[in-house]
Design a protein around this ligand. Sequence first.
Ligand code: PEP
Length: 269
Amino acid sequence: MARPFLFGTNFKMNQTPTESAEFYRQLAASVQIPSDTHLFVIPPYTSLAAVTVVAGQPPHQIWVGAQNVHWAPEGAYTGEISVGMLLALDVDLVLLGHAERRRYFHEPDVELNRKVLAAVGANLRVLLAVGETAEERSFGVGGETVLRQLKIGLHDVPPEQLGLIQIAYEPVWSIGAGGTPASPEDVEPIARLIRSGCADMFGETRTSGDRGSGGDIPILYGGSVDPSNAGTFTALPDIDGLFVGRAAWTVEGFLATYRAGYEGKSTSR
Ligand code: PEP
């Protein structure tokens, strides 16, 4: 069975609750989502309640994601948010390990692993972001970095919870306003490496019942994606979707980039 196509955006530290809710309302009203596809938006914490009200009762047509979560169920962690708090708002997914969290907030892989396990243990989907810096790439250890982030991040995830995991490959040198767009030739070998890392950890093919395998984990690409290049990344065999920043921060941009990416995948299947 083909892996699903995924497409979504992270608003980072932008938007008020009213703006995020309006974005979601307009997007939901403008899009027909094929059965092989999942769309998602990841607003800031302060917008989550307003967006999930617009999204209505779960299952949500468009997943609503949070940008981070703490690993502990509760306690003396001022400023942090627990998995239970997100689930109480009907949040569908949590982004973990974004390059900005790793860089500015010094989130190490072992802490990210605790967060991944806390989320999947409570049945919350995870989008784990991995990616090498320009410096690591220049020393020829980009692949090692990505595999380390993947293998520590997903350590001990039970096979029956693998269906909750998706990976976003985001080379740090290609994301955000100062980023250099990557080419599909840059992305292809790392996507293949992530795929084989997932297979090493969890096996390649589905074995039985609800137990997932490494071959089932969707891999998204992110970094300076826009409608002009989206389809070139999704045409790659190991890329199952896109995780987009700036180009998807308007409803029109979201739809144009999603459609270009979906078309690239459909024509390559
Ligand atoms: C990101 O920051 O995760 C990202 C993909 O940003 P952009 O698409 O703007 O490069």
